[in-house]
Design a protein around this ligand. Structure first.
Ligand SMILES: [Mn+2]
Length: 340
């Protein structure tokens, strides 16, 4: 579904003079970039716009909030303090659950609710849902809206809209990347977006300890089913030795799938609670959502997660056996060795 009635959306926005903009919990660069873009656009029309989210901005993209009005509900502003706007404007989600505490506020307000989203999954959110599932990012839709209003973002806003498109497309390599994606990103560079600087700010800010932990963990990658199944393990001792925390293991699982022939991968991380957190990844036709589901976890077909109780080795063997079942491969004695 790629048909958004842009003139209808434009007219709808012009009917209101004050907006509260919100997005999903744990906002990512697309959510935040789209919110900041919409705020800039609406303010440039001489109207007021405030960004209020139910949860905090993750530290990795906190640089995007410098000098911006990005409020957190019940931290920076309470429900009582928040003046009801003429319209709520939700971007990058159409799931009530994903809106966290903002959902109740919007539903109980009786105020008009406009939704701009690019996801397939959707709750009933009223008549003003503008959805383009062919858009690679919500920020693409916001860029398109700037064009509809025949106006341009400033350089800072262009940076953040670019960040949204770049991250949601995995830096323009996911199948969702269209020529239109590139065209809109190109326009953002015309408006002052800095691709190299945005990449540096998002991906090249790791602590030395985190890079050292990566080295240690990747050096002991384990493999089964003739290299079709790879996994990593991170013990509490590994993190203690390197001065890191479970958050520093984020993204490491993806490195397993960079090995030629890899089809399914996971990382097992021992949490301070002694529970073991698994992140699972695969290529089609496998389905790690099914794998996670066996352990009361969930997610998407190609990326999901679950948590098991420890100890680490026991939990790994359970997930490993289930992974073999899902893939139709046989476990071998080598799988059980602690070190490869
Ligand atoms: Mn998005």
């Amino acid at each position: 579904m790629g048909s958004v009635n842009w003139s209808e959306l434009k007219a709808l926005i012009l009917r209101h003079s004050s907006f509260v903009i919100c997005s999903h919990v744990r906002p990512d660069a697309d959510a935040l970039g789209s919110e900041i873009g919409l705020q800039y656009l609406i303010r440039s029309l001489g109207r007021t716009a405030t960004i209020v989210n139910a949860s905090a901005v993750p530290s990795t993209i906190a640089f995007m909030t410098a000098g911006q009005d990005v409020l957190q509900l019940n931290v920076d502003v309470t429900k009582q303090q928040l003046t009801l706007p003429d319209a709520f404007l939700t971007v990058d989600t159409s799931s009530w659950q994903q809106l966290g505490a903002m959902a109740d506020l919007i539903r109980s307000s009786g105020v008009e609710h406009i939704v701009i989203d690019h996801h397939l999954a959707s709750d009933e959110m009223g008549p003003n849902v503008f959805r383009d599932t062919t858009a690679a990012a919500a920020a693409e839709m916001v860029c398109r809206l700037f064009e509809e209003f025949e106006t341009e973002p400033d350089a800072t806003t262009a940076d953040f809209l670019y960040a949204g498109i770049a991250t949601d497309t995995g830096w323009f390599r996911f199948p969702s990347t269209r020529s239109e994606t590139m065209r809109l990103a190109g326009r953002l560079i015309d408006f002052g977006a800095r691709p190299h600087e945005i990449y540096r700010l998002i991906h090249e800010q790791m602590s030395l300890e985190r890079v050292q932990l990566s080295g240690k963990v990747l050096a002991s990658i384990r493999t089964a089913a003739d290299g079709r199944l790879n996994w990593l393990q991170v013990s509490a001792a590994d993190m203690e030795a390197t001065g890191t925390s479970p958050a520093d293991t984020e993204g490491l699982v993806n490195r397993c799938l960079t090995v030629a022939g890899a089809e399914l991968a996971f990382i097992a991380v021992e949490l301070p609670t002694t529970q073991i957190k698994f992140s699972l990844r695969c290529r089609e036709p496998h389905n790690v959502a099914e794998l996670a589901g066996r352990f009361s976890g969930g997610g998407h077909q190609l990326a999901s997660g679950c948590t098991l109780s420890g100890p680490l080795e026991t939990a790994v063997q359970k997930v490993l056996s289930a992974a073999h079942e899902i893939m139709g491969t046989a476990a071998s004695a080598n799988d059980l060795e602690a070190e490869s």
